[in-house]
Ligand binder design. Structure first.
Ligand code: SAH
Length: 311
């Protein structure tokens, strides 16, 4: 079925189709990933993001590789299989040190996913050889003009080149987009979904735009959550085997587990220490106050209550 006719269906109908596709193709396992926000230092100026270089209302931090390894070990000991290292885009880390850190985390038995922004081919290659398995880099919008307006000085072509390198190097490829960016229309949503399909993403994260007060888009309304959920469900229908997280931005609006019944099969649990996480406000969000050990137990029990299997 083509994307336009899928978009014309209502959310409930899409969710029930997507739920069946999910069950038939990837089963009832919900993958729990540990998300560690290793640094909020960022040289980019993404107009929607609270970490953008022009925001000086936050304290910038970067965890050192010892701290990352220690937390990774703790996450591994309580049952996490995957750790996602996420940061702003900067040259803060020495790539060889980061590669050693990937080696360590992999030795603990963790699958390492990276989400560090655009890196060059050599850097991506080094981290891949060190054992990193997956890379997450959203294209944010497939509309070239809009992309360039929101990322002054950066191009969609560069982003796509980086995604191409990630694929070529044998990483599992994660990408995705935001719903609710300014000047978006029905056609942009179709283009976003077509690009997801064209990239044959292994993982797809679809977030809803939430304005952040220290960005140029501060006065814009939030994105349409219903449309965002429809995009999640359609993604499952287009790519039956991919991994789809319930994105945290959607979780800010009520039932955070809803999309587990509409195609999603992954959740990222934030394990960033509280004193740092408060400075990783990409958009204004509630902070997880529970220690991450208890948070994982709670989550596992929530997943079992939904008749699914936590992994
Ligand atoms: N620097 C890395 C990590 C980006 S942060 C990179 O460039 O890939 C992770 C994601 O947060 C982004 O890909 C973007 O889709 C999302 N995000 C940023 N600002 C947002 C906002 N205001 N509302 C909702 N999601 C946002």
């Amino acid at each position: 079925m083509d994307i336009n006719s899928l978009l014309n269906k209502n959310l409930q109908e899409l969710c029930s189709i997507a739920d069946k596709v999910r069950k038939d193709n990837v089963g009832d396992i919900i993958h729990i990933r540990a998300l560690l926000e290793i640094s909020n230092i960022c040289y980019r100026n993404c107009a929607y993001c609270g970490l953008n270089i022009a925001n000086n209302h936050l304290e910038r931090y970067a965890m050192n590789t010892n701290e990352i390894e220690t937390l990774g070990k703790r996450a591994c000991d309580i049952g996490y299989k995957t750790i996602v290292l996420q940061s702003g885009e900067s040259k803060h880390y020495n790539i060889n040190e980061l590669a050693d850190c990937v080696v360590k985390l992999s030795e603990y038995g963790l699958t390492v996913t990276l989400s560090l922004g655009e890196l060059d081919y050599k850097q991506l290659q080094l981290l891949k050889s060190a054992g990193a398995k997956r890379y997450l880099l959203k294209f944010e919008t497939a509309d070239k003009t809009l992309y360039e307006k929101l990322h002054n000085g950066y191009t969609l072509d560069n982003r796509l080149e980086c995604l191409q390198a990630i694929r070529e190097l044998g990483y599992e490829l994660g990408s995705g987009f935001l719903v609710g960016l300014p000047n978006e229309n029905d056609e942009s949503i179709v283009k976003n979904l077509q690009l997801i399909q064209k990239l044959r993403c292994d993982m797809v994260g679809i977030g809803v735009f939430i304005p952040h007060k220290y960005t140029p888009l501060a006065d814009l309304p939030c994105g349409d959550t219903e449309l965002t959920k429809k995009c999640v469900a359609i993604t499952r229908i287009l790519l039956p085997n991919c991994n789809i997280p319930i994105t945290t931005s959607l979780g800010e609006f009520g039932d955070k587990y809803q999309m587990f019944n509409g195609g999603a099969n992954v959740i990222m649990q934030n394990i960033t220490p509280h004193n740092l996480a408060k400075n990783y406000q990409i958009y204004p969000k509630k902070l997880e106050l529970m220690e991450f050990e208890s948070a994982r137990k709670q989550l596992e029990s929530d997943i079992v209550k939904m008749c699914k299997k936590p992994l």
